[in-house]
Design a protein. Structure first.
Length: 145
């Protein structure tokens, strides 16, 4: 059995809807619970400090967004899932993001079409490794004089 990204997004939206019903029930019984207890925990679980969500963060981010007036729609969830999974939906199926680079895309197209000559296209040279990070500066403590 295989599941598409859109189906996974719809499933995730349904799970979040049922969780939201439980949250609404608790909030109606104990006013202020959502803002006092739930939202801080969801912010931590959603790891909102990262700009790009990991697959692990997406369910919490969807639930956190459902606490606002406008919850995430299935298209937005699908886009976030696609970005987290590192895939791109094409007519030929789902390809890894690396396959969207020009030289690799030519090779991927050759595999789909079955043309062997295109697979021998030259690939782009590898980027040099990034320099090591500088050690932390010891002069950052402003309270010592």
């Amino acid at each position: 059995m295989s599941i598409t990204t859109e189906q996974l997004a719809e499933l995730l939206a349904g799970i979040v809807r049922s969780q939201q019903a439980i949250i609404d029930a608790i909030e109606s019984e104990s006013g202020g619970w959502r803002n006092t207890h739930l939202i801080p925990k969801l912010n931590t679980a959603a790891n909102t400090r990262l700009a790009d969500a990991r697959l692990l963060d997406i369910p919490s981010r969807v639930l956190l967004r459902s606490q606002s007036r406008v919850p995430m729609d299935v298209a937005t969830i699908t886009r976030d899932l696609t970005a987290a999974l590192g895939t791109v939906n094409t007519a030929a199926g789902t390809l890894p993001v690396a396959a969207t680079k020009p030289a690799v895309a030519v090779a991927a197209a050759a595999a789909v079409v079955g043309v062997a000559a295109v697979a021998n296209a030259p690939s782009a040279p590898a980027a040099p490794p990034a320099p090591a990070a500088a050690p932390p500066d010891d002069d950052l403590n402003f309270f010592e004089t």
